[in-house]
Write a protein that binds this ligand. Sequence first.
Ligand code: AMP
Length: 395
Amino acid sequence: MNLTDLDLQGQRALIRVDFNVPLNEAREVTDDTRIRAALPTIQYVLEQGGSAVLMSHLGRPKGRDEEFSLKHILPRLEALLGQTVKFAPDCVEDAALDVTQSLKPGEVALLENLRFHPEEKGGDEFFAGQLAENGDVYINDAFGTAHRAHASTAVIAKFFPEDKAFGTLLAGEIDALDKVLANPEKPLTAIIGGAKVSSKLGIIEHLIGRVDRLIVGGGMAYTFVQAQGGSIGTSLVEPEMHAQALAILEKAQSSGTELLLPTDTLCADAFAPDANTQVVPTNAIQADWMGLDIGPKTTARFVEAVLTSKTVLWNGPMGVFEMATFANGTNAVAGALAKATAESGAFTLIGGGDSVAAINQAGLADQVSYVSTGGGAMLECLEGKVLPGIAAIRD
Ligand code: AMP
């Protein structure tokens, strides 16, 4: 299942990568993070005497559409790899096989966008078999799509019963998740924030009973506060989630998870960076005022909880961190994760879209243990789901 278990000498490694990168109007790559993330696996294959056939999706084309051609990323890929890459104008049949069947050790080929074929998302077995003809071994290194049972991410694995493995990136994600969910060093603290309880309910339910402390911050905290009878002004709230919020509080108590909610709040009289602000108890926000960040007492409590933990998982901001006025709580949590990593050797994992943006904004991404690359895939892992892309390699 590991890259190092594969005999790659003289073999064509068919690698599912995630090159779904942002492009500008001129169809130039504006952020090559995902291409860089795939390099270790590609380089390992080449070092071991193999060749690499890369396949990916790009965007959401409806059928063949030049706008979404992977040829747009070819120049950046070649620059990063430091070698030429052969481009196949399709991912199956002769257009692909003409390139991949004659590939020599040390060479790299890139197949055209998988999603030009609806069979990719449909998980079509015949199509997966056609894709499989492009390689002798199969490597999945696309964590961002591992939660999809598509032809190239999951179905294809059955054509390589012995010769399949996780790439370096995917293996790193699995390892980081295991350190939090399977074998965490205790105390284990999870910080869940963001806008809505409803979108994090699955995660919270999976984590309760598994974590020692569950910190709930961000807009979603006000649903908990209101459910307990607090006044939250015009703060973000999901009244239809009151019952679930109360059930979570009860479950936390009965399962030995300490649940920490904000006790003070930085509220504002408008959703704007230059609004008037004041700090009040979270359950006593005046009418017409809205809570947009955790208050200083809460921040200190959350930071203390992080600094006394050996494992920390963070998903979701503590406030509207996109506006500097309301970013203090989120930045303080980011700083605490970096400090816990450096000073107490804690394992700190940032999982999920907005907390990744927040740790980058704080300039601390390289000071935590692991920053996940997969948004939706990471969320599903945190909900305890088995991802099809991971199961396909393990089966
Ligand atoms: P999510 O995608 O659910 O993780 O939510 C992230 C978004 O929640 C960010 O855009 C934040 O600005 C927003 N957010 C966090 N706290 C609050 C809050 N107190 N009020 C309104 N929006 C918030």
